[in-house]
Design a protein around this ligand. Structure first.
Ligand SMILES: Nc1ncnc2c1ncn2[C@@H]1O[C@H](COP(=O)(O)OP(=O)(O)OP(=O)(O)O)[C@@H](O)[C@H]1O
Ligand SMILES: [Mg+2]
Length: 357
């Protein structure tokens, strides 16, 4: 079983609330992608800044500056890269860090770019070192050194490149070496979406998928989508299935609630695994602190699964805290599961450990 949120697209996640794309996502996402900045929902700051960058380049008749898109999976990085190309009326070439094994691979791509073309380099933090160094020069001077021959006889032949726009995407901006980061003219930090924004995403997708949905139904799905458009679109498709089979196909609030109950996605977007971890923490360990390994054994999962798959969202939601002494449930966790915290852990030393030194 593969619970990893950060794996390659090729390994399909089995969780309905996974942020990475599975096969079905990839098949439908092309149809659901906004085509221009005006259609792109939310991310106001990024949209405004990018709009300026692209407009200014267009006005100068120049190629746009290199753009780095950083943000969690499913927030719209690939979508934005395509929008950048569309707004610049430029062709786009798509590749990814892991696909570039050797510097030669990159040289081949770079030397075949057309003037003004957008090169989308997904997962740019996973590029090899030599390729990265070649990219520095290409980004800065629009030039690469092609090495011909081997050993002492090898020579570097400088090759001029046409101006192009590199759009790099990464889920881990912190992993980028500073020299690479510094060569981008503009960095867009993508944030998780507000429920109201996701509601608009859901209405837009429902329209494209020809699904009838009410405002309350959309709000219900939006609230469970973990701030992520990809998850919102996926939940919408599953709720649509339910509405078709169990009702008249129209998604109301009741239908959305009933459907997501079947799929075990709760009101806050927690699934069975997330709830299992929280429940064990509260019911078996009185809210903690408890060590990660102990917690993992209690829920019958691997340590890594609990730490890398379940916890990040629980921490982000303020339901769980990682402390030096172990995992601790917050008051919100007790409230969310409808349980009453034992007296000793609410006012006493547990809180001291959590928020103190
Ligand atoms: N702002 C948005 N408005 C409407 N739909 C969006 C928006 N952002 C993303 N989406 C939808 O969410 C889906 C996922 O977006 P996208 O593939 O661009 O994410 P990503 O950041 O590239 O993810 P990954 O890190 O996995 O590559 C797309 O189908 C797209 O339609
Ligand atoms: Mg992507």
């Amino acid at each position: 079983m593969n619970w990893d949120d950060t794996t390659d697209e090729s390994t399909a996640p089995e969780r309905l609330v996974a942020a990475s794309a599975d096969g079905e996502d990839q098949a439908v996402e092309a149809a659901l992608r906004p085509k221009d900045l005006g259609e792109f929902i939310g991310q106001e700051k990024v949209r405004e800044q990018l709009d300026l960058v692209l407009r200014a380049a267009r006005a100068r008749g120049a190629t746009a500056d290199h753009v780095l898109l950083s943000g969690a999976p499913g927030l719209g990085k690939t979508t934005l890269s395509m929008i950048i190309a569309a707004e610049m009326e430029a062709p786009i070439r798509i590749t990814s860090g892991p696909a570039i094994q050797h510097a030669g691979d990159l040289a081949a791509i770079l030397s075949s770019l057309q003037e003004g073309e957008v090169l989308f380099l997904d997962e740019i933090h996973r590029m090899s070192r030599p390729a990265e160094e070649m990219l520095y020069m290409a980004m800065e001077d629009f030039r690469v050194d092609v090495i011909v021959g081997k050993g002492p006889g090898a020579t570097a032949i400088p090759l001029e490149l046409p101006p192009f726009t590199l759009v790099g995407a990464t889920t881990r901006a912190g992993l980028l070496p500073p020299p690479l980061r510094d060569r981008f003219g503009f960095t867009a930090h993508m944030e998780f979406y507000e429920p109201a924004e996701l509601q608009r995403v859901i209405h837009r997708s429902a329209n494209l998928l020809d699904v009838e949905i009410g405002a309350e139904g959309a709000a219900e799905i939006a609230g469970r989508s973990r701030g992520t458009p990809r998850i919102a679109n996926r939940l919408l498709r599953r709720v649509r299935d339910y509405a078709q089979v169990k009702a008249d196909g129209i998604i109301t609030r009741d239908i959305a609630q009933a459907a997501l109950k079947v799929y075990e996605v709760d009101a806050r977007g927690l699934d069975r695994l997330d709830r299992g971890v929280l429940e064990a923490l509260l019911k078996l360990f009185g809210g903690g602190p408890v060590g990660l390994s102990t917690l993992a054994v209690a829920v019958g999962e691997e340590r890594e699964t609990v730490e890398e798959v379940a916890e990040p969202f629980l921490v982000r939601e303020g339901l769980l805290a990682r402390t030096p002494r172990g995992r601790v449930a917050t008051p919100a966790a007790w409230a969310h599961l409808g349980l009453t915290p034992p007296r000793s852990t609410t006012g006493g030393s547990g809180q001291q450990d959590l928020f103190g030194a």
